[in-house]
Design a protein around this ligand. Structure first.
Ligand code: PMP
Length: 456
C-alpha cells in the first residue's frame, strides 16, 4: 500500500513540475511573440518546428518513449505557442466589419474585400420563399438533411461532376463552413496533424487550432504559380498526419492545380491513408479545366459545396458535404448535437434553386475578373491570372509595403480590400474581390491606383 502511495506522490510531483515548465514555456513564447510582432515576422516558423520535432523524435529513441505520444504532446505545446502569439489578426472579415461601421456613419465604401456576389439569387428562390409555408416543410428533420433534398443534391452532383453519388453520401449544413468544421473536428483528434497549402481561407487553420489539431503549412509562391511542391508535402507527412486540405479554384489566388499535380497529391494521400478535405465551393467559377476530387473515387475524401457563391445565397446559410457514408454519419452526429438540423424551409428553397440556370453568374464573374486582370496589369502589380474563383491576389512591390496598414488606409479613401496577411504569411499582398459591377470595380481600382501613386 505504501508503495502505491509513494508512486502516486512521485506522479503528483512530476505533474506539478510539468505545469511549472509549461508556465516557463508559455512566458518565453509570449516574449518571442512580442519580438515577432515588432519585426513583422509571422507566428509559425515551420523550419524551427521541424528541427525541434527531429530532436524530440531522437530523444524518444534515446529514452525509449513512444514517438507518437511524444509528438502529439509536442503538437499540443506548439499549438499553445501559436495561441499566445496570435494577436487579433486583421483579415478580410475584420476589414468588412470596419467598412460596415464606417458606412453606418454615412461614408461611401466600395466593397472589394469580401467574397459575396452583389447579384441576387435566382428568381425561383423568391417563389420558393412564398410557397414553402403551404408546402409544409416546417418541422424538425434528420440532422443530415431532408431525404428529398439530399436525393435532389445527389442527382445534381452526379450529373454535374460525372460521379455516382447517392443521398447517403450527402450531409446538408448551414453553409460549407459548417461541413468543414464537422469534417475536421470529427475525423481528427487533438495532437493529430493536418496539411494546409497557403495562401488559404483562414477558417481551416482556425478550426484546427480550436480543436487542438496541429497545422503543417505548405507555403506556395507567386513565382511557383501557387503550385505546392509534392516533395514538401511528402516531407510534412508523419504518423500523426491525418488530413490534407485542398481548395481549388482557390481563395485567394484563383488557382486551379494542373491535373498531374492534383493526381500526384491524391496518390500521396492514398499511399499515406490521409483524409482529403476538398473545398470546392468555387467550382462553379472555374475558368480553366478543373477536376473535382469526387472523380478519384477516394473513400477518404470529403468534398464541400455551397449555395453561397454559385447561387448568390450567402445569407441563406446553406451548403453540403459529400463523402463516404461512414464519414457522413460521424459528421451528422456532431451536426445533430450542435443544431438539430438545418432549417427545413431553407432546405426546400435551396432544393428549388437547383432547378435554376446559373450559367449567367459564371459569365458575370469571369467578365469581372477580366476587368480586374486588365486594371491590375496596368498598375504594374505582380499576380498570376486567376483560373477561377472570384478573386485576384496581387503583390505590391513597394518597399516596406504592409497589406494590413494599406487596407486600413484605403478604407479612409472609401475602398475596402483584403490584406494578404489573413491568408498566411503574405504581408505584401492584397486580395481584390470581383463581387461588384464592372463600373464600381473600375472606380475601386482607380482609388487603389491613386493611393499607390501617393505612397511611391
Ligand atoms: N470555403 C471558402 C474557400 C470560402 O471562401 C468560404 C466563404 N468565403 C467558405 C468556404 C464558406 O462558405 P459558406 O458561405 O458556404 O459557409
Amino acid at each position: 500500500m505504501s508503495d502505491i502511495n509513494d508512486l502516486r506522490n512521485q506522479m503528483d510531483e512530476v505533474t506539478l513540475e510539468m505545469i511549472k515548465l509549461l508556465k516557463t514555456r508559455t512566458d518565453i513564447a509570449k516574449e518571442i511573440g512580442e519580438i515577432k510582432k515588432n519585426i513583422g515576422k509571422g507566428v509559425t516558423d515551420e523550419l524551427r518546428e521541424d528541427n525541434l520535432r527531429r530532436k524530440v523524435i531522437s530523444l524518444c529513441i534515446d529514452i525509449g518513449l513512444d514517438e507518437t505520444i511524444a509528438t502529439k504532446f509536442f503538437n499540443f505545446l506548439l499549438n499553445e505557442s501559436v495561441k499566445v502569439q496570435s494577436t487579433n489578426k486583421q483579415t478580410h472579415l475584420s476589414i468588412f466589419l470596419k467598412a460596415k461601421s464606417l458606412e453606418q456613419k454615412g461614408k461611401k465604401i466600395i466593397h472589394m474585400e469580401v467574397g459575396e456576389p452583389d447579384f441576387l439569387p435566382p428568381s425561383i428562390v423568391k417563389n420558393a420563399l412564398e410557397e414553402v409555408f403551404d408546402k409544409g416543410f416546417l418541422k424538425y428533420g434528420q440532422a443530415r438533411g431532408m431525404p428529398i433534398f439530399r436525393e435532389a443534391l445527389a442527382r445534381y452532383v452526379s450529373k454535374k461532376f460525372n460521379s455516382d453519388v447517392t443521398q447517403d453520401n450527402i450531409i446538408v449544413s448551414p453553409g460549407a463552413r459548417f461541413s468543414i468544421f464537422t469534417a475536421i473536428t470529427t475525423l481528427l483528434n487533438p495532437g493529430d496533424e493536418m496539411i494546409i497549402i497557403e495562401p488559404a481561407w483562414p477558417a481551416y487553420k482556425d478550426c484546427a487550432l480550436h480543436s487542438g489539431i496541429k497545422v503543417r503549412t505548405i507555403n506556395t509562391t507567386l513565382e511557383e504559380k501557387w503550385e505546392p511542391s509534392l516533395e514538401k508535402i511528402e516531407n510534412a507527412i508523419n504518423s500523426n498526419t491525418k488530413m490534407i486540405v485542398l481548395n481549388y479554384p482557390n481563395n485567394p489566388t484563383g488557382k486551379i492545380l494542373p491535373e498531374k499535380l492534383q493526381d500526384d497529391i491524391i496518390n500521396l494521400a492514398r499511399k499515406n491513408d490521409l483524409y482529403v478535405l476538398s473545398d470546392e465551393i468555387y467550382s462553379h467559377y472555374a475558368k480553366n479545366n478543373w477536376k473535382s476530387i469526387l472523380s478519384y473515387n477516394y473513400k477518404k475524401s470529403i468534398i464541400t459545396q455551397s449555395f453561397s457563391k454559385s447561387h448568390a445565397m450567402t445569407g441563406f446559410r446553406i451548403g453540403y458535404g459529400i463523402a463516404d457514408t461512414k464519414i457522413i454519419e460521424k459528421m451528422a452526429k456532431l451536426e445533430a448535437l450542435c443544431l438539430t438540423n438545418v432549417s427545413e424551409p431553407i432546405q426546400y428553397i435551396a432544393m428549388k434553386a437547383l432547378e435554376a440556370d446559373i450559367s449567367n453568374n459564371t459569365n458575370t464573374v469571369q467578365d469581372r475578373l477580366d476587368v480586374l486582370t486588365q486594371k491590375t496589369k496596368e498598375m504594374g502589380l505582380d499576380f498570376v491570372i486567376p483560373d477561377g474563383a472570384m478573386y485576384l491576389f496581387a503583390r505590391v512591390n513597394q518597399k516596406g509595403f504592409d497589406g494590413v496598414e494599406f487596407a486600413n488606409s484605403a478604407l479612409e479613401k472609401g475602398l475596402a480590400i483584403a490584406p494578404g496577411d489573413g491568408f498566411g504569411n503574405y504581408k505584401n499582398f492584397i486580395r481584390i474581390s470581383a463581387c461588384q459591377d464592372k463600373k464600381t470595380l473600375i472606380e475601386g481600382m482607380n482609388i487603389l491606383n491613386d493611393i499607390m501613386s501617393e505612397n511611391q
